[in-house]
Design a protein around this ligand. Sequence first.
Ligand SMILES: Cc1cc2nc3c(=O)[nH]c(=O)nc-3n(C[C@H](O)[C@H](O)[C@H](O)COP(=O)(O)O)c2cc1C
Length: 395
Amino acid sequence: MTAKLFEPLALGPLELPNRIVVAPMCQYSASGGSADADWHTQHLMTLAMSGAGLIVVEATGVEPRGRITHGCLGLYNEANEAALARALAAARRVAPKGTRFGIQLAHAGRKASAQLPWQGGQPLEPEADAWTTVAPSAIAFGDGWPDPRALDDKGLATVRGAFVQAARRAAQIGFDAVELHAAHGYLLHEFLSPVSNRRNDAHGGTAEGRMRFPLSVVEAVRAALPAGIPLGLRITGSDWVEGGLTPADAVQFAAACKAKGAAFVCVSSGGIAANVTVPFAPNYQVPFAERVRKETGMTTRAVGLIAQPEQAEAIVRDGKADQVALARSLLDNPRWPWHAAEKLGVDLDYPPQYLRVKAKLWPGAKLARPPEARGGGVIGPSEIQLDGKTTSCVR
Ligand SMILES: Cc1cc2nc3c(=O)[nH]c(=O)nc-3n(C[C@H](O)[C@H](O)[C@H](O)COP(=O)(O)O)c2cc1C
């Protein structure tokens, strides 16, 4: 039986070699929105070599005030475009054949103008070059956070235009897929959620009203992208807040996005308000993906506390999602897909420079993997064999 995790998948018009996705991960290492020549290049090259079929570049602000922090990537000017193009080209050079690259386009809304996480992640003080944030309604994210300015019609058009322009830039520098960030409490999610959207105009109130602006962005970005580039979204399976978004809302929004030409969704959750308790557990967001997939027929990605090869394989094999995204598992171990292939009995292509670490060529592989990754038990030197001959592991 072959592993479903390593079977190809069509993401709309885009063919992916397998179902493992590198989830977008902010690096907070950009300057003026531009990728850092060293950090982003090594980061993306490392993940590119991982063997994951799709690498989604971190949340990238479509305008300066849409960045979470001063260190967030942006794609709103030519310098941003050139810096990201360089990092992407380097990553492509080392990626296995067929690896695809996507980018997550984002606007942080009322959660923008924040400190880097390792500096506290709190709202920037005025002397730290803080900026005025925008949102559907002038309601702060939480205690100590500033009131954002509610966007008017002109402001909505500006933000939508910025998404379109950034999508054009993404296509121009060669991204294969575009994902809109409509989760984690950022601007598009802020419009969708009754927690943050208290408008009483056409962009608030009913679910239809709250979806209007995000859907207009989906429509405009879809129209701006070449047909060969699939557009998808990261959406919210639950706000985990009384009166907030629920899995039924995720289904409704995904279906509406599909009708506007979106090809895929990644179903995440949380982030709309401070001090919310999220019941973290393995696969905790998978039921949301499963429901969205079942009820919309959309290509769906599951994410969140997926760390074991068998766990990932079961999600796609059992039809709970079409693909899985891993964030921390891949930061922790960028060779995760290699080891998953080994565990699931799949022969993956390695870069020739690293070929000698393949388990069938390297006796040390048995020593290197934790017992649970190789099926349990402590191994002794006698078990380490190459071509039928016992190989001493201490030279
Ligand atoms: C360092 C880091 C940065 C992240 N940045 C983003 C981001 O840019 N966009 C996003 O949608 N999620 C972001 N996330 C969330 C991940 O994409 C993912 O949804 C979450 O970590 C759960 O998956 P995991 O359990 O595999 O880590 C980030 C997570 C981490 C650990």
